[in-house]
Design a protein around this ligand. Sequence first.
Ligand code: ZN
Length: 304
Amino acid sequence: MFHLGLDIGGTKMEAVLLDDAGTVVLRERRPTCKAHYQGFLDNLMEMITGIRTATQYDFTVGIGLPGAIDPQSGLIKNCNCLVLNGENLKRDLTVLLNQPVFLANDADCFTLSEAVDGAGKGYGTVFGVIVGTGCGGGVVVKGQLLSGPNAIAGEWGHNPLPGWHTEQDGSVERCYCQHENCIESFISGTGFSRRFNARHGTQYTPEMIIAAANEGDPRAVTHYHHFIDAFARSLAGVINTIDPHVIVLGGGLSNVESLYRDLPPVVEKYIFSPTCRTQIAKAQFGDASGVRGAAWLPVRVTGD
Ligand SMILES: [Zn+2]
């Protein structure tokens, strides 16, 4: 059997066809149609039927997208591919393809991918974290993606930063979700650089701040250490709640190699245990994890 995964982004759609062993049989990319939903649907159908014609294979279909799917109505919400909001892509595509279609949030797909055959392979409970533009997350337990009535399992980025106070964390951060001091405002790549630049009047990217810290710039060193501390406090909350065997990091900031050295001792300081056996690992498939996880959805998700 073959498994088609589609990763829908705000600007591009990526497709990957995997065999049962996870080997990539075919990969394809094309721009996302952002004009209207019907155009998006036509374009997506053209991509899927094109792959079927080219390979002559039967395959399952899974889709990852940067938004949430309401478990009751099936409608998409909070998606940065705006034409999808309020639409029932799962139903529409199921009718057009005449076969089941599985949809999930992209951070969930990332976590599933890493749990199935990436850095989380062989671990019982995997918590996946994306520290990039935002701060997403997902939970896979014994190979199954966790989902719930609110479709927000793993959305730790919108918990308040544990132990926040002005002296150590700066002024109040307001999040687009309407809450204050969300973890995402502090440890996403966007929040990491925005807070540094606001404080120092610079226009540094996250990579530039890390490079400056490595060169000994005291402003960047202080900012990096605060980031590690805030990240560790946030992860400690996750570990105290679900006690994962491994936490897999993806997204732009996951490429900062020093994280894997600097985070564990600080996490250990904050958790409700004298030692921390939870591993913190870098994603094996990097940016490709989202589309691989989408491909695994039909195999690894057992409905509600
Ligand atoms: Zn928020």
